[in-house]
Design a binder for this molecule. Structure first.
Ligand code: PLP
Length: 282
């Protein structure tokens, strides 16, 4: 693979970072993951807007413009002949001798690489996913897409160990979000429920796109938290993320949701989302 590191396109085994990089030492960095379908970037503008916001929230500054970042992403996709998969981007505050405080003139680190992966035609679309609830042990600024992902790593590992596909994180008796996805339910009277954006969750780019499509369809949205019990009694449950698009959740903590198969509202929005993703891909 060709990867990007601080202005250079390099073979992956020639891209080297300092051991003093603050991303490595402090988790002092931000990331983004953008899907690629048919060699094109999905929801790119939304990811670039969130990247700028996250970097701004930690008092950082991107070393190049988001237009330049998109051009780098396109070049990596082309050079690596990626038709379907992900582009990963990581920004860190840069490298200097270890100190919690950082120099204001530090040169940031910017790394991008591609990952080939089947995203669209995966078993989960037909089968749905099983989620396990567990305490949300993350910090209080989850709206920032920070590279500090230790709680998510542990939550996903614990879910997997029990045969589940994703963790749903709980705080004050309600679901905040998935370990790497936004969580939804559909009530028995057909209302789509997901949390409003706040510092408690990451504002999902896929969420933004899906909710916009749902609004255009005239579907009823309720932006509020829900409990595991409400999810278990719901007609449908879903999750969204750049790497899953939208998939159905058919089991929460061992309780089957609805009839245990991906429901009609899910199918409708999955179709709409995939059409819209392709139409707006760049
Ligand atoms: N919530 C968390 C905690 C995530 O890590 C992610 C994606 O990785 C999402 C939600 C979904 O965001 P997006 O749709 O932008 O991928």
């Amino acid at each position: 693979r060709t990867v990007y590191l601080n202005g250079a396109f390099l073979p992956e085994n020639e891209a080297h970072l300092s051991i003093f990089d603050r991303g490595f030492l402090f988790g002092d960095g931000i990331y983004e993951v953008t899907a690629v379908l048919d060699g094109k970037l999905i929801d790119s503008a939304l990811h670039m807007a969130r990247l700028e916001r996250s970097v701004g929230e930690i008092g950082g500054r991107l070393p190049i413009t988001t237009d330049e970042i998109v051009a780098i992403e396109k070049r990596l996709v082309e050079e690596n002949q990626l038709t379907e998969g992900l582009v990963y981007l990581q920004y860190t505050r840069g490298a200097e001798d270890r100190n919690f405080l950082y120099s204001e003139n530090l040169q940031p680190t910017l790394v991008l690489f591609t990952q080939a992966k089947t995203l669209e035609h995966v078993a989960a679309v037909e089968k749905g996913l099983k989620v396990r609830s567990m305490p949300d042990q993350r910090w209080a600024r989850r709206d920032i897409k920070s590279v500090c992902l230790l709680s998510q790593v542990l939550a996903k590992r614990a879910a997997k160990a029990e045969g589940f596909d994703e963790a749903w994180l709980l705080e004050n008796g309600v679901v905040t979000e998935g370990a790497s996805s936004t969580a939804y339910i559909v009530t028995r009277d057909g209302r789509i429920v997901t949390r409003a954006n706040s510092q408690a969750t990451l504002p999902g780019c896929t969420r933004l796109a899906v909710l916009e499509l749902a609004r255009e369809e005239g579907l009823v949205l309720e932006e509020r938290p829900f409990s595991v019990e409400e999810a278990q009694a719901a007609a449908e449950a879903w999750l969204t993320s750049a790497s899953n698009f939208i998939v159905s959740v058919t089991n929460v903590d061992g309780t089957v949701i609805g009839d245990g198969t991906p429901g009609p509202m899910f199918r409708r929005l999955r179709t709409l989302y995939m059409e819209n993703a392709r139409r707006t891909a760049i």
